[in-house]
Design a protein around this ligand. Structure first.
Ligand code: OGA
Ligand code: MN
Length: 296
């Protein structure tokens, strides 16, 4: 197995690594698990090509890195789920593999994936890794973009770093979807998506590097007036997602991409989602309790 730097061009800064010489349809060795973890700590995003895996194989590979998140946060009712295992369905398909109608509530909700975010930042224990497998990809569009929140933090002016260091934010799916005018949450969803607290600056447990924990799920900064807080989050997000911090992944069927939600943000890009099929499946590794949870 080998991991090589594929981005960005700027030397001295590792963000995207490409892994070769491994077959994810087969069990992998403890040494390979360690090497992938080390690669994740170094890069933040790892890309694997030609991995035509089943759902079972995706789960078996994923649990090498921790426990799968137990609850799937979306507006699809259990009886409407397309996938059997504990896998997030990031497709535009219903349980009969038909493309969702333009006005389907699930499609409206999924459009929120096009906002910059970190997976499950709206959970008290947010995600460690996400593993996204491209099973069917559209002819045009549907890229995924990644932004490096370590590099962004390092590039913030010192006064901004000082200002954000103590800040505590509230994250909820209701805030991110609210930015798109999506408010069709029922009472149960509103309960499930109640805001959680997160530090705006976090420290990686292995590398000790700081990063800015941004996400479109943020709607409140504690102790700050809401318009001021949201404007601040917009400014920080704009700074942190400048092209120099962003890598675009152009999907081929069989790609598997792993990202560290503790150090990166990502977003989906547009495609003809009422005409073409895009079948992506995500396993999500639960993180460790955050500083906020430890304090609670
Ligand atoms: C995700 C996600 C982006 C995409 O799977 O968490 O945000 O491009 N996906 O589908
Ligand atoms: Mn996501």
């Amino acid at each position: 197995m080998d991991i090589k730097h594929i981005g960005p061009a700027n030397p001295g800064w590792d963000f995207i690594g490409e892994v070769s010489g491994i077959d994810l349809t087969q069990p992998i060795s403890p040494a390979e698990v360690d090497a992938i973890e080390a690669g994740m700590d170094r890069y933040g995003v790892l890309v694997f090509h030609n991995q035509h895996i089943t759902d079972e194989q995706q789960v078996a590979f994923s649990v090498n890195f921790g426990d799968l998140e137990a609850t799937l946060a979306n507006v699809t009712k259990p009886e409407d789920r397309r996938l059997k295992l504990n896998i997030a369905d990031i497709s535009n398909l219903d349980k009969n593999n038909q493309v969702l109608a333009a006005d389907d509530k699930r499609r409206m909700f999924n459009l929120g994936n096009m906002l910059w975010h970190s997976d499950s930042s709206f959970k008290a224990t947010p995600a460690k890794y996400s593993l996204l497998s491209g099973r069917a990809v559209p002819k045009a569009g549907g890229d995924t973009q990644f932004a490096d929140m370590r590099a962004a933090y390092d590039a913030f002016p010192a006064d901004i770093q000082t200002l954000i260091e103590p800040l505590i934010t509230e994250h909820s799916l209701i805030y991110s979807r609210g930015q798109l005018g999506f408010e069709a949450f029922d009472a149960e969803e509103r309960r499930a998506f109640a805001p959680v607290l997160q530090r705006l600056v976090r420290t990686h447990p292995v590398t000790g590097r700081k990063s800015v924990f941004l996400s479109s799920h943020i709607g409140v900064i504690r102790g700050m007036l809401t318009p001021e807080a949201r404007m601040r989050i917009r400014d920080l997000t704009e700074m942190a997602t400048q092209p120099r911090f962003v890598h675009t992944h152009r999907w081929q069927a069989g790609d598997l991409v792993i990202w560290d939600n503790r150090t990166t943000m990502h977003r989906a890009r547009r495609y003809n989602d009422t005409g073409e099929v895009r079948d992506m499946r995500r396993t999500t590794i639960e993180g460790a309790p955050t500083v906020m949870q430890q304090a609670a």
